[in-house]
Every structure is written in C-alpha cells, then in structure tokens.
Ligand binder design. Sequence first.
Ligand SMILES: C[S@@+](CC[C@H](N)C(=O)[O-])C[C@H]1O[C@@H](n2cnc3c(N)ncnc32)[C@H](O)[C@@H]1O
Length: 275
Amino acid sequence: MAAKCIIFLDSFAEDPSTITVDKDSSLPSQEERKFVVLKEKVPPIGDGFGKVEVGLRKEDYIERPRKLQVEEIIRRKGPYTSSQKMLLVGEGDFSFSACLAVSFGTAANMVSTSLDSTEFLFKNYKQAMGNILQLKTRGCTVMHEVDATQMASCHSLNAIKFDRIIFNFPHAGFFVQDVPRDFHIRKHQKLITEFLKNAKKMIAADGQIHITHKTNGFFQEWAIEMLAANEGLRLIEAFHFNHKDYEGYSTKYGFGGDRFFNCNPSKTYIWASAW
Ligand SMILES: C[S@@+](CC[C@H](N)C(=O)[O-])C[C@H]1O[C@@H](n2cnc3c(N)ncnc32)[C@H](O)[C@@H]1O
C-alpha cells in the first residue's frame, strides 16, 4: 500500500490544492524528492496553516510532533533546481528566467535582474513584460538597472548568499568598428572579470558561478577560463549549451532590437571558489 506524507504547499505549483503525493509512484526524471525534518511544532490537522494532511494517522502526531518527515519536491531544469537560491544577471527579455520559473512551478528561489531599465525592455522586447509577469506571479524578485560589475555593493542583493549566480552571454556592447580588435576584447574581458569579482563575494560557501558563452572565433579570444583562473576560481565543468533545452528562451543581443542571436556553439562554464 502506498505510504502517505505531508507536503508544504506554498512552495510549489500554481494550484497547490491539486497536489497529491504517493510515495510509491515514480516522479518524472526532472523531479526529485528530498526528505527534510520538520523542526517546528506541527499544528493540528486542518488548522489553515497552508498544509494538507494526506492519510497520516493520529498517532504520528502524538508520538513525534516535532519530527514528522515532510517531503519536498525539487524540480530540475538543466543544472538548475527549485531548491537553489539563484541570482540571474544581464537578462535580455527575461525569457531564460521565465523558462526556469515555469519549469520549477515557482520562482520564489530566484532573483532575476537586467542592466536595462523597464522602459528599455518595454520598448525593445515584445515578450519582456509577459515574462516578468510570469516571474513575479511565481514569487521571483525582479530588479532592473543592476550592474553586474558592482552588484556586491547593492544593498538589496549583498545580504543574500546565492547558490547559483548566472550570466548568460555576457557582452559589453558594440563599439565603433574602426577601433582595434584588442580594444573590443578588453572591454568584454573587463565586464567578465568585474562580474566574477562581484559574484565571488556573493556566493554561498558551496555556491557556483555560471557563465554561458559562445566558444567560436572572436568569443574564444576573450579567454574566459583564464579570466576566472586569475580570480582564483576553480572550474568545475564546462558543457555544451543547447538553448532548445530551455523552452521559450530567446537570446537577445542586448543593445536594442528584438532579434535573437544564434548561440551555437556555446558552453556553460561552472566555477566555484578555489578553497
Ligand atoms: C548578448 S546580451 C545577452 C542577454 C541575455 N543574457 C540573453 O541571454 O539573451 C548581453 C547582455 O549583457 C548585459 N550587460 C552588459 N553589461 C552589463 C553589466 N555591467 N551588468 C549587467 N548586465 C550587463 C546587457 O544588458 C545585455 O542584455
């Protein structure tokens, strides 16, 4: 017979009242179950505290009122999960963040930011406002005009230690063409170096910094692995990035216009602190 459990409903899903959990059933591969011990006093059944009781016997409450096991469903998308405290910077039309939020069923674990102002987003990206609404309704903190090269001194961000800090396709902008190639490269490298310096101060002890970056031609010359090594970061892995894994994600050039860019070939680089 299937065992029964309690789940916290306010963590997941648009309509929590529809969730039922059967321990014997297998979950889709994108989901995991994590057992956590409920440390607070468990209120009585049906007290309106946002919990639903599914078939627990009364004796369970009496015998171990502070140690009931609860199940948390963790949803996964690529290397990201709904249990990670995530900071996304340099978002374009917020479609990457929105994809994660929809997959997780919640965005309460996410802070998603753009360098661009709301006015810029509204004017340039057809989907931006819809994506931001998706995020906010799922509990995401959305911020604009956040400079990834100075974010560690931003009061509303520096009080948090993040499990993941993510910058997809960092790019410092387009500069007049007759300026030497080296000048362009140095601008992009400065953006990445300053981002890494800030992100390093903001990750949790076992946190990670992720950059997804194109790996061909000009982009290779940015030498981002070397930049991270210079900052004392340890490369954990780098793997091929397939944007089709993220439904609805539309890469943006970032400096006007709604066109998406071809992000192939690219890789996601994952770093941790060296210690
Ligand atoms: C090529 S676009 C990529 C946009 C988005 N991440 C995506 O994947 O579609 C580069 C982005 O970097 C952002 N950016 C440039 N300098 C930045 C900075 N100092 N802080 C935060 N974002 C920055 C731009 O606003 C732009 O949206």
